[in-house]
Design a protein. Structure first.
Length: 256
């Protein structure tokens, strides 16, 4: 029977980092930076403590002085790249009376979602870690704190903050997952997005009678640019989600 664990109590962030005294040749920051480079190049399967040690000229045993195991190292790496996510400050209610409740919260939310997606696409290994362990590192917590502030300043309250945040995150993760998968497919073919899309045409034509609705749509949108479509689709989703949240928030405020 597997051992029960407490993901929060077991987190690297619940323990103080060890002093560098006695081990001046390394630092946790250097280890994390080198690990991120390996992850970006070869993904989660490409990172091992032995390979990391060889990369930075240290034995795996030396690394264990700073991190207890690979999972702990991945926690550190995830928090580090989450620090790349940009989220604007939103003025409090009293500071934006001339802009209406929440000020320009839509612009801030849209910029945050774009930035988060870009960071995941830049570090696709994040998709295998997000949600697996609680994101309680200082950079992840800073992002969460600013996101809550943005939503509460816009007028969202109570569980509405959690629901709105979940909706924003879901679109970010979905958009990033599709973009990463698409990029991986294109890279494996050695061609371009346009060339990959063109290979679909004979297949669609072949089954045109069986799938008439899709075929008709496909044939009438041959000029769609597969290079730009992922970004266009993501921005469309962002706008529609914010439309819905704004409408819901306005309705909720009238009922209160």
């Amino acid at each position: 029977m597997p051992r029960k664990s407490d993901p929060v109590a077991d987190s690297v962030w619940m323990r103080p980092s060890k002093s560098r005294r006695g081990r001046p040749q390394l630092s946790r920051e250097e280890i994390v930076s080198a690990a991120i480079e390996l992850l970006d190049a070869d993904g989660l399967d490409g990172l091992s403590m032995r390979r990391l040690g060889a990369t930075i000229g240290a034995g795996a045993t030396s690394l264990y002085f700073y991190v207890a195991h690979k999972d702990e190292l991945l926690e550190l790496c995830l928090d580090e790249v989450m620090g790349e996510i940009e989220i604007d400050d939103v003025p409090d209610h009293a500071d934006h009376a001339d802009q209406g409740e929440g000020g320009d919260w839509r612009a801030s939310a849209a910029a945050f979602m774009r930035s988060y997606r870009e960071v995941i696409v830049r570090h696709p290994w994040m998709l295998g870690l997000l949600g697996v362990r609680p994101a309680i590192g200082p950079k992840a917590m800073r992002m969460s704190d600013r996101l809550v502030h943005m939503l509460t300043s816009a007028g969202f309250e109570g569980m509405g903050v959690a629901h709105a945040s979940s909706l924003l995150m879901s679109h970010v993760f979905g958009g990033a997952t599709l973009q990463v998968a698409s990029s991986s497919l294109i890279e494996r073919t050695g061609g371009s997005a346009r060339e990959v899309a063109d290979t679909m045409e004979p297949y669609v034509e072949r089954f045109g009678d069986e799938f008439p609705h899709y075929t008709k749509w496909f044939q009438s949108h041959r000029d769609l640019d597969p290079e730009c479509y992922p970004e266009e689709a993501f921005r469309f989703g962002v706008a529609r989600i914010l439309d819905g949240l704004e409408s819901w928030r306005a309705g909720a405020s009238k009922q209160s």
